[in-house]
Design a protein around this ligand. Sequence first.
Ligand code: ATP
Ligand code: MG
Length: 459
Amino acid sequence: MIDINRIPDEAFQVLKNLKTNGYESYFVGGAIRDLLLGRQPKDFDICTAATPDQVKEIFKKVIDTGLKFGTVTVLVMNRSIEVTTFRKSADFINGERRGVVGFGDSPEEDVKARDFTINSLLFDGDKVIDLVGGLADLSERKLRAIGVPVERFNEDALRMMRGIRHSCQLEFNIEDNTLQAICHCAGLIQKISQERVRDELVKILISELPSTGVRLLQETGMLKFLIPELDACSKFEQRNSYHNKDVFEHILAVLENTPNDLVLRLAALFHDIAKPCTLSIDDKGVGHFYNHNIVGQKMSQQIMRTLKFDNKTTQSVGILIREHMNKLQNPRLSTVKRLIQRTGVENIGRLIDLQIADEAGSAPPHNFEPFEALREKVRCIIDRGDPINIGDLAIGGQDLMTMGFSRGPEIGRVLKQLLKYVIDNPQFNTKEKLLEFAMMIKSEVDDRQEVPSTDQIEH
Ligand code: ATP
Ligand code: MG
């Protein structure tokens, strides 16, 4: 049953206040489902007979969050509680919600407008009210659409992805009719905005069962509409003894083996996406995928831009894909530093995690030693604070200008030379040493300028 200690006082206050003012009101949705499963809810939603205007009359701080859908956010002591007027189900056009065409009259109507039975349990502060069989499905760990599934997915196709997302967050099975309806309606997902699709994809990827989620997207037929390049990896044989799985199965295995971090999981999802379009077969019939990391980086950037991911995430994912084949065997410290320079400090650990997951997802025998050795070297470099980027140098552009270098690209070139020098010799990263070295560079530059090259004489 519900452990009310897990419901914050502020949320209770809002519910009580609405009720005292004469409006029938309930906690509803994910919070009740999570409480019954013993999970800590992220947010507390209330459905009520009060209209947004009536809610605004009761509470001091109310923000219009989704007025179109009858939702306002009530703020109590820094906590925000979403309050939605009882919904009606007929507010959909072409699979996209278009706003409320009238509020529902009762909790029954509200609950029937929701997506899955387990998301439709009401709690009045005292007892759970189950109008659609949510409790039975919760105990059988089943995700079942409310009403006629095909109709519900026609109303809002995102529900299909929400279903898959909930099933891999909660480790629930999707009930047969609901699953069949998803397969039947898969193409409707094209009507949904990229932002809504992205948000669900993200939740699938950072769930407990990311590979189950992506497999379900593929098997239900949605993936070919969402990310056709990834769908093309399904059943694509690698013809190479290093791999014992087709490209898609390998991607799923890598996904499953990565720690729960969005950038890393996106990189796992896309790391081999260019394999189908880069396959070449040698005279012995062995498959090769030259440059699939470079082509894959470009493809992932394109896909992620379409899905409206932010630039930082897109860039980091691209870097990991580009470098994933760069498996260093007993490298010199300077080589590791150059790798860190290319990935950025924030991505180097992710790259090693990706490489380990990639190895574990390939055919045995597995050798994880080089990756652990690399991790150790990275740790040592970072702990010592060895210079890796131009910003780590003991001198900057200003010092070079004071020495007489001209403003502009020359400064950048000299700083790069200095960095190369200190990457190999971190002990020389002092102002004195670098000024000395810069002076040497300067006299070389001056010499070159004094004696014109033959090219310059002729033209
Ligand atoms: P989470 O734990 O991720 O917040 P949630 O179930 O609370 O999961 P929300 O997106 O916060 O999901 O939505 C709150 C509730 O609103 C859901 O539990 C469900 O009852 C209802 N809901 C959300 N999206 C839809 C939709 N597309 N169609 C019908 N009902 C929906
Ligand atoms: Mg929620």
